[in-house]
Write a protein that binds this ligand. Structure first.
Ligand code: HEM
Length: 709
């Protein structure tokens, strides 16, 4: 049943109407803005990020730019976080029937259209003041279209801000048309993506351990935005009169994850910039980081209060409407205070991002360090390959998250007393270990500098780790542990996952021939096109290659040996056929590399000036050889796995048939043969029925002669 705007706007208003008058909300907003603004000013002054007049003769952007730039960043952050929060509340926090958002979540989405507009404007203003700041000219002179054009097209920071501004406009447009939780979910994901571009440039990009700095800040900003935004969305809904009985427990779980994520990623990010413990107390940057830590502890206290007081109270007295509204009022008061602390912490963070870091912008001393973002590792040894490491923040964050989510799923099943094969758990963590080693371990380290190690890492990511991951049945675990609908008609998280799994993009992506094409095509599409050099020269390009190989590997091996329910599962023989079909392509690819006389990305490897494995072509050919040899192992593993699954499936089927036949036999022995045959004919019964039909047919044709039909 399609939903239109009229339907939603006719939706039932919450009983009892708004909890607080708009004037109270406006007063709170003004107060929070004042607190956040004051914190920003104090931090800039105390941290050394406040605008200083430039020495005579040097360009000076002026006071206006010095204050307006961080202020526009703060407004952009808070507008973005609020937009995400309002959409998140409508999509997953506040229960709504599938086909149509309820009144309060719908009003929240409508408000998100406007906050996304504020977000766009704030980022646009930030672009102008950033140009003024970089050029050291007053902002009026930055209003030059040529300057703006080259800033947003040629400068990474400018590109990131321009992309964020455009995505904010797109988001406003998408949110305008949202009428269902599905629509709100899509808009929430878009809001999360819109928060990311600035985290990929700015302070982090200039820090040492580039990938770790960028990845930890990205995870940090997303964690903080989900936490702060989620709470803002809840408070907004409560003020609008929503009961929150179902929303607060769900937010509480999300908040706990965000608290841990923000703490860990914040400490990692601060660690990269501080370089050591000393500057934590000796530098203004360090002192601000301590202030943020204190803010996190305070927010942790608020979280504890909610988990031990608010959640229970809301749940206990929701039945008796008399107390419920008062409890929501108490929740709103506490949460409103919490949000002020959060807004102040975001202001502190923006001030921090304008504060000079103790390590300063790292000046890479060698072309290799410039290219790698870390210094060239010494010649590889077995010990260094096995025990070495490189801070590849993105994949490390993914591995840790995947490990934690699987553990939470196991804990949920254990709490319900539902057994889970230990083989699957071992397989999952073994797969994650391979991913961690091939990206952030010794192999990951050398995969940046040696083509041969690069090839081994990719073989492990596209062929070995996926086997472990798909044999662990992660989708089944998720379907068994994700919460279902909280109110009748709601799209629970389990239903949301099922809807995604049955969606046409997933159906196409898991089509066996499509997975084969992606798996084999990726090798040729990457290494024999300019894509490889383009990606190898970018830190994020390297991460993109790693994630791509892992993803297409998981898709291909999920089709071949995945344990999860798969509507498009082929017969074991056909699956072996699919694997055999892939082998010549793989072998040809490796032979092509082994026999190639041209370097695939000579410029990159030459620029490293490695004092070892100096023969670049020999290293490349070694990579091809290893690729070929290595590919045999997983293929044999998979053939074995398909056979084992086949035999097991056969056994299961014959056990099922036996059970059915036994049951039918029991019924026959109990004398109710007719009934047995009627409702659950076993194979034997079906076969007898077939023979009987055959006999009937023959006797009829014999009686009536050969030509009468
Ligand atoms: C242990 C506590 C925390 C630590 C160590 C920490 C550390 C950091 C660091 C080092 C940065 C990068 C600043 C830069 O670019 O130089 C940052 C940014 C950020 N932090 Fe935190 N943080 C912590 C807690 C929080 C909390 C509790 C929140 C929000 C409630 C938060 C929100 C943010 C935001 C939004 C940014 C990005 C600011 C921007 O550049 O626009 N952080 N944090």
């Amino acid at each position: 049943m399609s939903t239109d705007r009229a339907d939603v706007s006719r939706a039932r208003r919450p009983a009892g109407g708004r909890l607080l008058p708009t004037s109270a909300v406006v007063r709170w907003l003004a107060g929070t803005a004042l607190v956040a603004g004051s914190v920003l000013v104090v931090v800039l002054v105390a941290g050394g990020g406040a605008p200083q007049p430039s020495p005579a003769g040097l360009p000076d952007a002026g006071q206006l730019t010095g204050w307006a730039l961080p202020a526009s960043r703060l407004v952009a952050d808070l507008a973005g976080i609020t937009t995400l929060g309002l959409l998140l509340a409508a999509a997953v926090l506040l229960p709504s029937p599938v086909e149509q958002l309820r009144w309060v979540p719908y009003r929240g989405v409508q408000l998100a259209v406007r906050t996304a507009g504020v977000w766009f404007l704030a980022v646009a203003v930030e672009i102008l003041f950033t140009i003024s700041d970089i050029l050291g000219t007053p902002v009026q002179q930055a209003l030059d279209p040529v300057l703006i054009r080259s800033f947003v097209l040629d400068i990474p920071q400018g590109r990131a801000l321009a992309i964020q501004a455009l995505m904010a406009v797109l988001l406003a447009g998408v949110a305008r048309s949202v009428l269902t939780t599905r629509g709100a979910s899509v808009a929430s994901v878009l809001a999360l993506l819109t928060l990311t571009p600035p985290a990929l440039t700015g302070h982090s990009a200039a820090a040492g351990s580039h990938e770790l700095a960028v990845a930890s800040l990205l995870v940090h900003v997303l964690g903080a935005s989900l936490w702060v935004g989620g709470l803002a969305g809840l408070v907004w809904a409560a003020v609008g009169g929503d009961g929150l009985r179902h929303a607060v427990p769900r937010f509480s779980t999300l908040a706990l994850w965000c608290f841990v994520t923000v703490a860990v990623s914040g400490v990692v990010n601060a660690g990269v910039r501080l370089g050591s413990f000393g500057p934590l107390v000796t530098s203004s940057y360090g002192v601000l980081v301590l202030a943020k830590t204190a803010a996190l502890v305070v927010l942790g206290g608020f979280g504890w209060w909610h988990r031990n007081r608010t959640v229970h109270q809301l749940d206990a007295r929701a039945q008796t409407s008399s107390g419920a509204r008062e409890d929501v009022r108490v929740f709103v008061r506490v949460a409103a205070g919490e949000l002020v602390v959060m807004a102040a912490t975001v202001a502190l963070a923006v001030g921090l991002s304008r504060t000079p870091t103790p390590v300063g912008s790292v000046v890479n001393t060698s072309p290799a360090a410039e290219l790698l973002g870390f210094s060239l590792p010494p010649a590889p040894t077995l010990a260094r390959l096995v025990l070495g490491w490189t801070p590849d923040g993105f994949t490390l964050a993914l591995v840790v998250l995947a490990g934690l989510l699987y553990a939470v799923g196991l804990r949920t099943l254990r709490a319900r007393g539902v057994p889970w094969p230990v083989g699957r758990t071992v397989s999952w963590y073994a797969g994650l270990l391979v991913v961690a080693w091939a990206t952030a371990g010794g192999l990951g380290l050398y995969s940046h500098v040696l083509f041969s190690a690069h090839m081994v890492a990719h073989m492990l990511l596209s062929m070995v780790a996926p086997i472990g991951l798909v044999l662990a049945a992660p989708v089944t675990l998720a379907l068994r542990t994700l919460p279902g609908p909280r109110v009748p008609g709601e799209l629970g998280l389990r239903q949301l996952l099922l809807a995604v799994l049955h969606s046409w993009p997933v159906r196409i992506l898991t089509q066996p021939l499509v997975t084969l094409t992606l798996w084999v095509g990726s090798l040729y599409g990457l290494y024999f096109t300019p894509l490889f050099p383009a990606l190898m020269n970018q830190h994020l390009g390297h991460v993109a290659m790693e994630l791509h190989f892992l993803t297409v590997g998981c898709l291909f091996f999920w089709v071949l040996v995945g344990v999860d329910p798969n509507p498009q599962r082929w017969h074991p023989l056909a699956r072996i056929g699919l694997l055999v079909a892939a082998m010549p392509f793989h072998a040809f690819f490796s032979i092509a590399i082994m026999s190639s006389a041209t370097l695939l990305d000579g410029a990159y490897y030459a620029a490293l000036h490695r004092p070892y494995s100096v023969d670049l072509l020999a290293d490349q050919q070694l990579g091809g050889g290893i690729g070929w040899a290595l590919s045999e192992v997983p293929i044999l593993l998979v053939v074995a796995a398909i056979f084992v699954q086949w035999v097991r499936a056969d056994h299961r089927e014959s056990r099922r048939l036996d059970r059915t036949a036994d049951r039918a036999q029991e019924r026959v022995l109990r004398g109710d043969a007719g009934e047995a045959a009627a409702d659950e004919p076993d194979e034997l019964t079906r076969y007898n029925a077939y023979l009987a039909a055959l006999a009937d047919h023959e006797s009829t044709s014999r009686r009536d002669g050969p030509h009468r039909r």
